[in-house]
Design a protein around this ligand. Structure first.
Ligand SMILES: NC(=O)C1=CN([C@@H]2O[C@H](COP(=O)(O)OP(=O)(O)OC[C@H]3O[C@@H](n4cnc5c(N)ncnc54)[C@H](OP(=O)(O)O)[C@@H]3O)[C@@H](O)[C@H]2O)[C@@H](O)CC1
Ligand SMILES: Nc1ncnc2c1ncn2[C@@H]1O[C@H](COP(=O)(O)OP(=O)(O)OP(=O)(O)O)[C@@H](O)[C@H]1O
Ligand SMILES: [Mg+2]
Length: 365
């Protein structure tokens, strides 16, 4: 059973898929099934054929496993060393832009996840009413009740030079005043060349105005299925082909000027318009709300680490792709570990408790 899990996960687990796939890894699961059936049915009569198929499959699997190991190694390479020579803030000062009257959980999940992954400081910029609520969840978050004020952009701009990355959208809501302020914040963020992860209602804003983020090479979008379709329709003006999710992820990234897109789902598909990475890390069937917030907060830190590490550490691969694959893998592992303990009652809070052990298990050598 253990071997079978490794093989299936390895098939999609970490394949770097250049424009023309070197091998049809996604067909690997089907190939495995065919081999299994053939093995049972024809083992005695056609053993040479069986042997050929088995050899082909194990080569296939060996390749995919190697790619996945490489990706794990690239993520490990970007993780900063814990040394006594550093001061507070160096491993990440992350801003979260979100939090309104209805949604206070989402920015909290994103902010606390950034800290648990290893950021030193997290600032949440939210609407006035949401601030005391978010503060009361955790003393670890620095909370600025500025997002619905008339000088919201200036208030956030004061902090921007000190932030390493911004996560825009968790729990933002769709109020026009707030969205307008976030437009200004995004413009300022781009002007300062700060990496930005856009999620949830931040993606709603991008669907209204794709030019806001078009070609900004330090942007990563993290849409769920519905958000992805909305973006697709806004940018490509046609219904998307849901049979080819990898191709769609690649095309949406290209249409947005090759910014990085993470389409979340049964498997996470990550593209910068040139490559598609697949994250198939085992998670669970528990789909409680907030898991996407854990992902976007984690990604905020990891994108900072990846950009700071530079392309030598990511072996020439895009640092943003490596960071995104790392954050997806981590989120799914948190989900798996929490589900093992709590089963159907698993919530995102339980997943956040697992961040430390999941991170060590995956990325600490
Ligand atoms: N505790 C909190 O504070 C949390 C707050 N959150 C915040 O809520 C805000 C809105 O975010 P959102 O994700 O609910 O909005 P959106 O994407 O429009 O989905 C709306 C509807 O689309 C569907 N649907 C969704 N996913 C699907 C899928 N994969 N596949 C198929 N269908 C899918 C589903 O529709 P239904 O199935 O009910 O018909 C769903 O109800 C945003 O600010 C976010 O950050 C969350 O972060 C959670 C924790
Ligand atoms: N069908 C699935 N099977 C396994 N994992 C999944 C599945 N769908 C989503 N995930 C994982 O759950 C995490 C969050 O994805 P999801 O699509 O739930 O985001 P979301 O809708 O934005 O969440 P949120 O409730 O925080 O807004 C990702 O890591 C993704 O890999
Ligand atoms: Mg979401």
């Amino acid at each position: 059973m253990g071997v079978r899990c490794v093989a299936i996960r390895a098939c999609g687990g970490g394949k770097i898929d250049p424009g023309v796939p070197r091998m049809a890894v996604h067909a690997c699961g089907a190939a495995a099934a065919v081999v299994a059936l053939l093995s049972a049915a024809i083992a005695l009569q056609w053993s040479p054929l069986h042997a050929v198929l088995q050899r082909a499959l194990s080569l296939h699997t060996a390749h995919a496993t190697k790619d996945m190991e490489n990706l794990f190694q690239l993520v490990r390479n970007i993780v900063p060393a814990l040394t006594s020579k550093k001061h507070k803030g160096q491993d990440g000062r992350i801003g979260i832009v979100g939090g309104c009257q209805e949604y206070t959980g989402a920015p909290y999940f994103a902010g606390i996840s950034a800290l648990k992954v290893g950021a030193d400081l997290t600032h949440v910029f939210c609407a006035r009413e949401a601030a005391p609520v978010i503060k009361s969840y955790s003393p670890e978050l620095i909370v600025h009740p500025v997002l619905d004020s008339s000088n919201a952009v200036e208030e956030v701009e004061k902090w921007l030079p000190r932030l390493h990355a911004l996560v825009v959208g968790p729990g933002l809501g769709r109020d026009e005043l707030l969205l307008n302020n976030v437009r200004g914040i995004l413009e300022s963020t781009k002007a300062r060349d700060i990496p930005v992860v856009i999620d949830a209602d931040g993606l709603w804003l991008v669907a209204q105005q794709p030019a806001l983020i078009h070609s900004y090479h330090k942007a990563i979008l993290t849409p769920n299925h519905v958000e992805f379709s909305r973006l697709w329709e806004a940018v490509l003006s046609s219904p998307m082909d849901s049979k080819d999710l990898r191709g769609s992820t690649l095309k949406l990234s290209q249409a947005l000027g090759n910014i990085t897109v993470v389409q979340k789902g049964e498997q996470d598909l990550i593209s910068n318009g040139q490559q598609v990475l697949v994250c198939n890390q085992e998670g669970s069937s528990r789909r409680c709300g907030g898991q996407g917030d854990l992902l976007s907060g984690s990604l905020g830190v990891m994108v900072h680490w990846a950009l700071r590490a530079g392309p030598e550490k990511t072996n020439g691969s895009s640092p943003l792709l490596v960071a995104a694959w790392g954050a997806c893998t981590l989120t799914r592992e948190c989900n798996r570990q929490a589900f093992q303990k709590y089963g159907r009652s698993t919530t995102t809070t339980d997943m956040i408790t697992e961040v430390g052990t999941a991170f060590s298990r995956l990325f600490t050598t």
